[in-house]
Design a protein around this ligand. Structure first.
Ligand SMILES: [Zn+2]
Ligand SMILES: [Zn+2]
Length: 138
């Protein structure tokens, strides 16, 4: 197992995730990610909740919105600088969607897939071999 640390922009909120292998990035081009993150896509990995821990005294705040499914999505963020370590989709109850760009060594992680290609900005080139219009069929 691999434990990887993450921290927010101000450094007040810190966390760790544990994965079987080195984390990978899944790029999400959905419109909610653009609005929340302010970039052309976000970088994510689905990790069991039990493998995600806040390690700082500072605890995250929670912003709740409706996802594509109509169910609640909770966005956890630093109360001071607003960086968010992960999201929680109530339809995906046992996991967090971890923001991999905020993890140590993120510049060396592989890109595994891209999701929500239907909302990708036109100027943004396709990066991953595996690309899905919304999310992969399950
Ligand atoms: Zn912060
Ligand atoms: Zn998204």
């Amino acid at each position: 197992m691999v434990t990887t640390a993450g921290k927010c922009h101000c450094g007040g909120l810190q966390w760790e995730i544990t994965t079987e292998e080195t984390p990978v990035h899944i790029l999400c081009h959905c419109s909610a990610c653009k609005l929340i993150g302010g970039g052309e896509y976000t970088l994510n990995l689905i990790v069991p909740k039990d493998n995600c821990k806040i390690t700082s005294e500072t605890q995250p705040n929670v912003y709740t919105y409706k996802g594509d499914s109509g169910n609640d999505v909770q966005c956890f963020y630093c109360p001071k600088c607003t960086s968010h370590p992960w999201h929680y989709q109530t339809v995906n109850a046992d996991n967090y969607v971890v923001r991999t760009a905020l993890l140590e060594g993120a510049d060396k992680f592989n890109v595994a897939a891209e999701v929500y290609m239907k909302e990708k900005f036109e100027f943004q080139p396709k990066i991953a071999e595996a690309a899905f219009e919304t999310v992969p069929p399950s």
